[in-house]
Design a protein. Structure first.
Length: 79
């Protein structure tokens, strides 16, 4: 932190230093993982929407049904 302060010529407040030194806790890690999952899911829905030329809701439903079908095929349940 001191190196960054020296390089930028600006000081970091005590509260910010404490937060940087503390690092991530379990909640931070879970939220980060959830954020990544939500972003990936949105991109998959958006791609499905473009491919099927439908609204986001229908694209999400289409993608969900497709995933269920793939899971069933993997388990040998369908067709």
């Amino acid at each position: 932190i001191e190196m960054v302060e020296d390089m930028t010529g600006k000081s970091v407040g005590a509260r910010e230093k404490k937060a940087m030194i503390r690092g991530s806790n379990e909640t931070d890690l879970v939220n980060s993982g959830l954020e990544d999952t939500m972003i990936e899911a949105y991109h998959a829905i958006k791609e499905t929407q473009k491919r099927t030329k439908t609204d986001l809701r229908t694209a999400a439903f289409t993608l969900a049904i497709t995933k269920v079908g793939v899971a069933y095929q993997g388990m040998g349940i369908f067709p």
